[in-house]
Ligand binder design. Structure first.
Ligand code: FBP
Length: 549
């Protein structure tokens, strides 16, 4: 396979690691833990994995290498995130360092690889090809949910055939919740198979007191911020377009917020604030139109608007409409069999409550159709498919036309729309993600050889130099609470939305008026840098810097 000069150079990049992981390692156990909420229910559901202590990995003075060989299986779950390959490389190197007879298997195509017995042994020649690369293509990923007993039992069969003693699941909040359910089941059945999770997602919503950030968020945000910065420089040069830029991130607005902190756009909408203020779609449109008009009055008929992917679900009336559509379309064979968009549209109109029906009718047809497209495996609308940026352009255009009629707006409103998501998910990992992921892989190895199960590998103190990072394990039950999913109460890891009292949002709130003004305050972050001064190459995200300040 032909490689770019950067790809070739990155193959020999040696990720930085916490000093404690460089030699022999010893585990230090803290106090017993409890779940963040609903302690009694979670304890009853996880009798074997509840209450375990937080683990810290320290450098051992007289460590002894583990001599019993172990076989480990690794799974990539969900959407791609930069650095996934390095978790696997760290895992591989860690295992081989402890005992060259240790083996690593990759389950292919995500969690279904475990259930269907599709795997490949990962050997040094394979691993070397993927060091410090983006993507999940080493073994592929998938969105199959591991949650049913028959799947767990198939997993036991496959692991027994391969002699696999431990499974590492690299995934987001749902995948790690399922990792814990699997760990508990395997302990209950006395299978001897351990399960360890790793915090992955570009969305940045798998974080809490114990997890500072999920991997991939850093690189993805840097890639999007570069693109936003480039667009801003173009806007500031040509001075003729308003750019509406939607950013991935599912429900949470962490990515939009981070990109705003890096690039200082004229407007950045935060879904969590929209919900907190009970705003309607029209309120958002009015706010944008006001900024457009104010800048136009100063002769600036251009600007940038950042829109989080999940916005639509945070507008209360929209949420109600989506909920009604979710219920209506679940297993609805009649709807699936219907031919033609118009017939489907008419059918939906007859089934909605009057309020939702009015909203549905008011939406541009394309957006209304996007709201009825296939749901994800969790039964949720796929927000990445809803072109909110186009919806807002259309509605802001209408509002400005009204304002023009009323004499409150003079200017031109020419627009461009963008959606950044897939562009960043498989980027070559930044130094931060390359180092962080490799360290997570090495940490997972240590938890495995110590016989732990039901833990997530964590690395903390991430705004310090890598040598000072603190590696360890956190019981997954510690991060859980009970939430309603598909109509039933289930134990899940709490998803972290943008905290409106947190420092990153407060920074935006303090500065956004200035950024919106006619004297734009654009910052042009430029591309991710892999070689050069540490203040250019090793900076964590602004979110992490503000949160850890
Ligand atoms: P994960 O939650 O699995 O990490 O995926 C993140 C994400 O990139 C979201 O930001 C986006 O909404 C979604 O995946 C897109 O999913 P798909 O890859 O199935 O189009």
């Amino acid at each position: 396979m032909k490689k770019s000069p950067l790809q070739i150079a990155r193959q020999s990049y040696q990720p930085k690691m916490p000093a404690a992981l460089l030699g022999q390692v010893v585990l230090r156990e803290g106090q017993a833990t409890q779940s963040v909420a609903d302690q009694e229910e979670i304890k009853a559901l996880f009798p074997n994995t509840y209450g375990m202590p937080v683990i810290t990995l320290d450098a051992a003075i007289n460590g002894r290498p583990n001599t019993t060989p172990v076989n480990v299986g690794v799974i990539l779950s969900g959407g791609q995130a930069p650095g996934g390959h390095n978790v696997i490389c760290g895992l591989f190197d860690g295992l081989k360092k402890i005992n060259p007879k240790n083996k690593l298997y990759g389950f292919l195509g995500g969690p279904s690889g475990l259930v269907e017995g599709r795997y490949q042994e990962l050997t040094a020649d394979i691993i070397d090809e993927y060091r410090n690369t983006g993507g999940f293509d080493i073994i592929g990923s998938g969105r199959t949910k591991l949650e049913e007993e028959w799947q767990f039992d198939k997993g036991i069969e496959v692991c027994k055939q391969l002699g696999v003693n431990a499974i590492v699941i690299i995934g987001g909040d749902d995948s790690n919740t399922n990792a814990c359910v699997l760990a508990e089941y395997y302990l209950q059945k006395n299978t001897g198979i351990q399960v360890i999770g790793c915090p992955k997602t570009i969305d940045g919503d798998l974080k809490n007191e114990m997890i500072e950030t999920s991997f991939g968020f850093d690189t993805a945000c840097k890639v999007y911020s570069e693109l936003v910065g480039n667009i801003q420089r173009d806007a500031n040069s040509a001075k003729k377009y308003w750019h509406f830029i939607r950013l991935m991130g599912r429900s949470a607005s962490h990515i939009a917020l981070e990109c705003a902190l890096q690039s200082q756009p004229n407007i950045c909408i935060i879904s969590e604030e929209v919900e907190a203020n009970n705003m309607t779609l029209q309120d958002i449109v009015n706010q944008i139109a006001e900024v457009v008009a104010a800048r136009a009055a100063a002769g600036q008929n251009f600007g940038t608007v950042l829109i989080p992917e999940g916005l639509i679900e945070f507008i209360p009336a929209m949420r109600r409409l989506i909920q009604e559509l979710n219920d209506l379309l679940a297993d609805n064979e009649e709807f699936v069999a219907m031919e033609g968009d118009d017939a489907k549209r008419e059918y939906i109109k007859t089934m909605l409550t009057p309020m939702s029906c009015e909203l549905y009718r008011s939406l541009p047809k394309a957006i209304a159709k996007q709201l009825t497209m296939d749901r994800d495996p969790h039964g949720n609308v796929q927000v990445s498919l809803i072109e909110t940026e186009k919806l807002l352009i259309e509605m802001v255009g209408k509002k400005l036309a009204q304002m023009k009629g009323a004499g409150t707006y003079v200017g031109k409103f020419a627009t461009q729309h963008h959606f950044f998501g897939y562009e960043g998910r498989c980027a070559i990992p930044s130094n931060f993600d390359a180092d962080y992921c490799y360290s997570l892989g090495q940490t997972a190895t240590q938890l495995i050889v110590a016989g732990k199960s039901g833990y997530m590998a964590v690395v903390r103190n991430l705004t310090a130099p890598a040598a000072e990072w603190i590696a360890g394990g956190v019981p997954i039950t510690m991060m859980m609470n009970m939430e309603k999913r598909n109509g039933k109460m289930k134990p899940v890891i709490q998803k972290a939305l943008v905290d409106l009292n947190g420092k990153p949002f407060k920074y935006l709130a303090e500065h956004r008026k200035d950024w919106a003004s006619a004297n734009s305050k654009y910052v042009y972050p430029g591309p991710v840098q892999y070689y050069g001064p540490t203040e250019v190459c090793d900076q964590p995200t602004r979110t992490l810097l503000l949160e850890n300040a």
